[in-house]
Design a protein around this ligand. Sequence first.
Ligand code: SAH
Length: 240
Amino acid sequence: NRGIKALDPQQAFKELSPVIQGRLNHLLKVFLNENKNINLSAHRTEESCWMGNILDSIACLPVMQQLSIINFQFSILDLGTGGGFPLLPLAILFAEHHFTGLDSVRKKMDAVSRIVSSLNLSNVTLVTGRAEETGRDPTHRETYDIVTARAVAETALLLEYCAPFVKKGGHILLWKSMEIDEEISSASGAEAKLFLKRLDPIIYDLGDTWGKRQILVYEKTKATPKEYPRSVGTAKKHLL
Ligand code: SAH
């Protein structure tokens, strides 16, 4: 497998400023508290939530740096954000950029909204809606520099959900496990129809029993044709 420079998320964390480290620790506490009442994540202990949600979310740091995110004010959408991953750790890391979290489940978005208030995050907007509908809304279509998604759907379907939101020249980042060559190649039809170019993935290792994972990176080279995304259900039944 090719890949952008491998990242050790534990090391990346150590290199963050003490203020940001403190805010990520605060997120861990507030999130676990919400997760007691609402099913936001299977990671219920501090250790597991820290590795599986927080460090996993910041694994995209090198690709963010490569996209020169440090130099510009970017607009980023996290599609299917659920309990707020990777949305919340990234909003903490990149306070100068604006983040939008999208999910169809209102109860989850209400919980994320309480977490956002508790952390005083002024750079996060939350939208309750389905990707297939919100992606047709002119307020959101072709308006984001980067769209992220973790654990939402298989690649072919996810590309159809994500592409309409991205500006021409913008990028899609998909958090995935390692051995998914078949899933990637069966998304080649979607890549072509949505004018997406697959770049080198970012490969990282969370260590211990967590092991290696990757973030797939796609660049959008042309505007998304009007027929996409297709209606709720159709996209899922008939993959591109
Ligand atoms: N990204 C989070 C949550 C993953 S669970 C994490 O990694 O922890 C997948 C989430 O995607 C669920 O909350 C589900 O409601 C949302 N989702 C799935 N399909 C969606 C769609 N078509 N539009 C909006 N949200 C969707």
